[in-house]
Every structure is written in C-alpha cells, then in structure tokens.
Design a protein around this ligand. Sequence first.
Ligand code: ATP
Ligand code: MG
Length: 493
Amino acid sequence: MGQEQDLALLIKSGTPLIVIETEEELRAIELFRHALSQALRPLYQWSITSGLKRLDIDVAEFGAAPADPKDILRQVAGNAEPSIYLLLDFHPYLKDPQTTRKLREISLGHFGVEHTVVLISPTLDLPDELKGHAALMELHLPSSEALDQMVREEAFDWSRRNAGQRVKISRKALGLLIQNLRGLTLQDARQLARSAIFNDGAITSQDVRRVMEEKFGLLNRGGVLSYEYELVGFDDIAGLVTMKKWISDRRPVFLSDDNPYGLDPPKGVLLLGVQGCGKSMAAKAVASGFGVPLLRLDFGAIYNKYHGETEKNLRQSLNSAEVMEPCVLWVDEIEKGLSVSDSDSGTSKRVLGTLLTWMAERNSKVFLVATANDIESLPPELVRKGRFDEIFFVDLPKPQVRSKIFEIHLQKRKQDPAEFDLEQLTLHSDGFSGAEIEQAVVAGLYSAMADGESLSTEDLVESLRSTRPLSVVMAERIAYLRDWARPRTVNAD
Ligand SMILES: Nc1ncnc2c1ncn2[C@@H]1O[C@H](COP(=O)(O)OP(=O)(O)OP(=O)(O)O)[C@@H](O)[C@H]1O
Ligand SMILES: [Mg+2]
C-alpha cells in the first residue's frame, strides 16, 4: 500500500522522470493503475511491439500507434494534458542522442506541460544528462498477504484444471510456505508455489522443504553460500549439554513473530574449542535445534572467487541469508577469513568491518554460528562482549561424555554398545577428542575384520593405545586455549 502512496506523491510533486528497474513489468504497471486512483491523470503505456495504449480508460486503439521511439516522445511533447507515460523496455533507445535530448527537454518542461515519463526495464543505465531529473524506484517485494493471495490463486487454478478437486492444504504447511516465499519477487514465488501445488495437488511439509531449497538456488547464484542438507540432531552429539539447553530455551523467542516477553531474539554464538571435539557438528545441531535451514558461508571462497570484490560478496551473501530467514548462518573457522595479514592491503579489515556492522544492525532472524580453533588469529573486536550472545568453549570430552561418544559411534556402525566394556574404553580414551574416538572405533573395526573376528573391547583399547591424541601432541596449545577461555567463555558441556 505504502508504495502506491509514494508513487502518487512522486507524480503529484511533478517528478518528470521515474526509473523502475525490474523483471516484473506487469507488477510495475499494476502499481501505476492503483496509484492513479489518487493521481487522476491519463495513463499511457508504450512498447516497441504494441505501440501506444491508454490504460486508465477504455478507448478505441489509436489509429497508427507510434512504434518508433522518437515518435512517441514527439507525441508526449505535443500532448497538452499532463499525463503519465510508461515506456516499457525503452533502454536501448537511450543510446541515441536525439532521444535523450528530447527526454531531457520534456523533463525540463520545455513544452509547458508537466508529464511523468516512467522507464520500466529489467536493467537500465541512465545517461548522465538525465540523472538529475530522475527518481529511481524499486518495487517492494510482495507482502505475506500478497503471497497468500497468490498461493490461493494457484490453488484455485489447480482445482479448475482438475475437475474441481480441492487442493489439500495443511494450515501449518501453508503458513510455512508463505513465510518461505518472502523475499522473492512475485514471479519467482509464483513459480515455486505452482510447482509445490501442481506436483501432487497438495501443500505439505515436504513442499516447504523443497521450496526452501529451490529458493536458495534462486538467491545464491554466486555460490559462496551453501545449503547444508544433512543436519545433526541433538541426540547425535554426546555432551554439550549447556549449549543444547541454551538453544532449546531460546527457540520459542527465535521463532516467534510477536515476542510476548519483549526479549531480544537470539543473534548468534561463537563456538571456540579444541579440534575434533564437535564444533562443526554442534553448528549443524543448532539449526536442527531451532528447526530452521542451515546455510554455510565459505569465507575462503569469498576471497578466492571474487578477487577484489570481497566485501561486496560478503554483503550479498549476508543479504541472501536474510532473505532465507529464519535460518542459521554458519561460518566455519571464522578466523581463517578474518586473520589480518599485511599482504592483503586491508581487505580482511574491511571484511571484518562489514561483518561487525551486519552483526550489530541486522534485525532479521538469521542466527549466526561461528566456529574457531585458533584464538590468536581471532580479531579482538569479534570476541568483545556483546558481539555474540554467548561464546561457548568446546573442550575435550569428560569421561561420561566419552562413554556416550563410544555408544553413538558403535551404534552407527551396527555394533551393540552393551557388548563392550564402556568403563574400560572411557578410561583408556582420556585426553581423546570425539573425532579421535570415532577414529579408534573405525580402526578397531578394520583390524577385527582383517582377523575375521567381531569387534571387541580389546581391539578398541589396542587401537586407542596406538594413538597419540592431540591433547598429548599439542598439550601446550590446548593448555593455552583453556586458560584463555576460562574467564571469557561458557563451557558448552
Ligand atoms: N561430542 C561428540 N559426539 C559425537 N561425535 C563427536 C563428538 N565430537 C566429535 N565427534 C565426532 O568427530 C567428528 C569431528 O567433529 P567436528 O568436525 O564437529 O569437530 P570440530 O570441533 O569441528 O573439529 P575441527 O576443529 O577439526 O573442525 C564428528 O563428525 C563426529 O563424528
Ligand atoms: Mg570443524
């Protein structure tokens, strides 16, 4: 609604030239039809194929509609009644000096009448001499109501084609579908809604998931974000109890539109910790804990792929993530993308600035999960209080967590944990990370297989004994990390 009023105001205030860059020509035209109920001027439309037409009232077609772009401007100049002209795909003709001059004369009021000329094209480079006269307008993306209306139209269309059968719609799925279509143009949204309905005459939760994936495909044409399909459930991770509870507690506020307690919606966490202890896994679990899609931002690719356009690409990726809201945005090994080196002439500083600004200003439901191993290369600005809601430290697993990790990974490989001495295994895996425990299970299974026997506790103990865990190899680093983390972070366990 607001946009129609803006437009009416632009017209009334005598703006001579309006530029609308859009793929959605029909929507732009529709907007003018509505705005006109307030502007009360004749409305014309012109294109090279169908010439000039009057849109606001039904009149017989003009005799010889001027298809020549110069003729149409001559006609505008000669019209004594202030009018609005929508010129569709006029951009190729702006290369002609006579055409741009004529447009400028019309804009300057040389002919004594205040017309509004509107250029509607998918993309348009306005010549410098016209820039001063023009107002640029972007079409607002469709509202939830408009999307709801559109989905109903598509459902109606399906019914009509299927002998009046009704589309089976689950209320919940419909609500989610509409939420997921937000941020797309009406055209793109319609295409997705249509394929969701037409595949089976129903709107189900499966459709919602597919629409999310397709929407992501439409948005992420550059390809620095990836959509993670395989999530990890809370039950697939041993330990990290505090972090899991933190997420569960915040889920209702994160997902609610009208936050009844006035709590700030959660914005993000940093997971810091020892290699192989489940940070990446935890990031995936956050998305499943919130029940929203997970997008992964590859910082490395931002640098490599678009040399020199790093910040722009970061900004675009962040925008795409916002369109996908509610979602979790995962930046793995964030320190690798931000560690300031002398060689990149300040790029990483600017990237950090872009990220910090976004973190501070965004209002969208994009929950940021960043993971990091190396605190030394982590910029201090990033870990300052208030940037993240919480910094969790993911340490080497405690005994009962190790026991659970054995259970999970034995089960995953079709072994019955009850047949193993978990106490022994826990004892022998002191100082092992989750990843190393998993490796021990895998190695044990291989050697049991080679001997033609089934896996035993002894095989596993053997495999643990033959490994020097990171906690031994990197004892100093881990001690340093823990010292750093103690006063600054919350233990995730
Ligand atoms: N708490 C855990 N519960 C179950 N499995 C675990 C746990 N921690 C680690 N693992 C196993 O170890 C593997 C590696 O963990 P993950 O990649 O999440 O660690 P990370 O902390 O991100 O390590 P890195 O610092 O190397 O990126 C996981 O895929 C999982 O199989
Ligand atoms: Mg990781």
